[in-house]
Write a protein that binds this ligand. Structure first.
Ligand SMILES: NC(=O)c1ccc[n+]([C@@H]2O[C@H](COP(=O)([O-])OP(=O)(O)OC[C@H]3O[C@@H](n4cnc5c(N)ncnc54)[C@H](OP(=O)(O)O)[C@@H]3O)[C@@H](O)[C@H]2O)c1
Length: 355
């Protein structure tokens, strides 16, 4: 259960202790109070923002997406949960307003994104520790910055770490119209890797196919088309696959060829058990899970890996090779509609709160 109430710690990172300092001002933030299934999805509260500490950064939040992990957190089903009450939102971008005297790398006007999950981004202003933030260029499109730290990073890591891919190799993915999927298509295209993209059938399929091809998709097919014999020709090539969703992933595994890595970025209880035994036993298909949050934890002291990934992604954005996913922007006040919309199938558009 998500609690309500408004302690003086609002405006700080979830789960972190807050010094007892007098608040300067208040700002609205989104406070979920009950399960998503009830459609009573949260509250906007005026929260106290504490004075700036020595190593703190006062941030005006600009935009924050609603990702599946945010919904899972609100539902209480995610692998990490914030102590309640908490401000929701794991991703977003903000502009630095003011920095504490001990802040070394950030200045007013800089754009920042969360260094890790759990920051509580669905609010208008906040005071965060400098260490919880990463700087991004302030000349990239707002929606790119707001959606950079989760899906493009996940896509990048899965393409870079799962199999040794070279230009001309192919990968196959389902949920290709998701935020992750769109990032996979664009990053793969920029690095010469071909993509076979599986989406669920829908009335406006031709429009979606056209949109994904415009991003650089080589093939866009439906799950039903996956089963057709002629698809075998296409599936001779892929070296790596990314998947989410049990039924859909099973179809992907059935299509995989020998000695192929199959990565999954969705924690689903029945995912591993659903795979065809024949894929594992007779074709040596290997399944590997991935969690961006864990990768960041594992590389907390490896600043080089993190900054190299972020630099590469920002350069792709600046060169016009990596755009934001298709988005619907929504004022914070309309968060309930946005939360409901984010849980609907076949929308192909990420809800982004404007803060
Ligand atoms: N492990 C990690 O580190 C990590 C990081 C980022 C994302 N993820 C996961 O990756 C997935 C995509 O995230 P996102 O932010 O890119 O999502 P998103 O933009 O909100 O899109 C959701 C996608 O999931 C598809 N989908 C929903 N239910 C499905 C099902 N039962 N079978 C097949 N496809 C289904 C939707 O397809 P339709 O259009 O057909 O409804 C849509 O393409 C989520 O499950 C998310 O939790 C994991």
């Amino acid at each position: 259960r998500w609690g309500c109430g408004c302690p003086a710690s609002w405006g700080r990172t979830m789960g972190q202790e807050t010094p007892a300092v007098a608040p300067d001002f208040t700002c609205p933030a989104l406070l979920p109070i009950s399960l998503i299934a009830t459609l009573n999805l949260g509250q906007l509260k005026e929260l106290e923002v504490p004075r700036l500490g020595h190593s703190d950064v006062h941030v005006k939040m600009l935009a924050a997406p609603i990702n599946p992990a945010d919904i899972n957190m609100i539902q209480g089903t995610y692998a990490i949960l914030a102590p309640l009450p908490a401000v929701a939102g794991n991703e977003g971008v903000g502009r630095v307003l003011e920095v504490g005297p001990g802040v070394t790398a950030l200045r007013p006007g800089d754009w920042v994104i969360p260094a890790d999950a759990g920051l509580g981004t669905w609010r208008t202003q906040a005071v965060f520790p400098e260490a919880s933030l990463l700087q991004v260029p302030s000349d990239i499109p707002l929606l790119c910055a707001a959606t950079l730290s989760v899906n493009p990073c996940t896509a990048y890591r899965m393409l870079a770490d799962f199999e040794s891919l070279a230009p001309g190799d192919s990968v196959i993915q389902n949920a290709a119209n998701s935020g992750v999927g769109q990032a996979v298509i664009q990053i793969a295209k920029a690095t010469g890797i071909r993509t076979i993209n599986v989406v669920r059938d829908r009335p406006d399929l031709p429009k979606l196919v056209e949109r994904l091809k415009a991003l650089g998709a080589d093939h866009v097919i439906t799950e039903d088309m996956l089963r057709k014999p002629e698809m075998k020709e296409i599936f001779k090539v892929p070296r790596s696959a990314q998947c989410c969703g049990a039924r859909s992933s099973k179809l992907l595994a059935a299509s995989c060829h020998a000695h192929m890595g199959l990565g999954t970025h969705l924690g689903e209880a029945d995912l591993t058990s659903c795979f065809l035994q024949s894929a594992f036993i007779f074709r040596d298909v290997r399944l590997r899970g991935f969690w961006m949050t864990q990768w960041k934890k594992d590389h907390a002291h490896d600043k080089e890996s993190l900054s190299s990934m972020m630099d590469t992604l920002c350069q792709l954005v600046q060169r016009g090779q990596l755009g934001a996913p298709a988005c619907t922007t929504v004022p914070l006040e309309d968060f309930k509609e946005a939360l409901v919309a984010s849980t609907q199938p076949f929308t192909s558009s990420k809800q982004v709160l404007l803060l």
